[in-house]
Design a protein around this ligand. Sequence first.
Ligand SMILES: [Zn+2]
Length: 360
Amino acid sequence: MKRASATKPAMALPALIRQLSEAVAVSGDEHAVRSLVLQAVQDSADKLEVDALGTVLATRTGTSRRRERVLAAAHMDEVGVMIVSIESDGLLAIEAVGGLDPRVLLGKQLWVGRQRLPGVVGATPVHLLKDDEEKRPVAFDALRLDIGAGSREAAAKLVQPGDRATFATSFRNLGGTLRGKALDDRVGVALLIELFRSSRFEFDFTAAFTVQEEVGLRGAQAAAFAIDPVAALVLEVTPANDLPPQPGETENVRYNTRLGHGAALSLADSSTLYPRALVQHFAAIAVRDQIPFQYRQPGGGGNDSGGIQRRRSGIPVVALSVPGRYIHSPAALVRLSDVRAALQLARAALSELPRRPARA
Ligand SMILES: [Zn+2]
């Protein structure tokens, strides 16, 4: 879908991340982010489509006559809640969409529905808590979302079961540290937009802006099947866990990644063992070009890589992540220098991707 119009000047990276972070796109309802993505890539795409699940597939044709395809993916969706019923007093019962700790929801303000109504998750005032209640974990089905409606009828005029809600968090650039909701994975989406608009490779390059990662890597599986690439790159935000040592520790030995130490290359996570040749290719380019990078410490968690690598006859995949503190909460923090390092490394390593990455 190539447009004759002149290409709009590209938005600066922090401004692009702000716009994406403040859009609401809880899994299964990614419409708001999809609109921004389509606008951002339409002038540079040789082919642009939205699949049946809602994933955006944007392709730039390669310069080589070999018609090899490479896929890069970033997920558009974020964790949040779904309204499941409206009660007689106008309060809304909710369920989690994706991995969300009910404790981080208590007392928080949310944006509710596509019209972003203000809501709050009710919490018992501390005055009324009984002795043992403070110590008990919060159950999701005990939470209620309150939009101020006084009756079921009044609430039903504003929301429907199935509507999503997420944290009402404005984005801030704190002098090179970016704070906002859903930076997992709007930072990856911004990286993929930038990478796509600024690069033409030898191979046909498809950027997949995927849906429903947070509920089981669903969009990525369909996209990988459709494109059938020779290799894939996943652009993500991964937990930093780089906070001060716990009592009894002299240093924090449990970090996954650290802010300000560069882009993180995954070795292993709960759904993927990353092919060594591909990881080493990215690491070698980083060392050669002096791009700051770190290895994400193996452990739990997963990302679209797990959905991609098992499609077709197996697809070699590498994950490059920006470290983020407090992800899946109202406000995550990432460092802009890590975002820039990830972009630089992704572009350089893809430009020199080994001819047959599966066996390299
Ligand atoms: Zn993610």
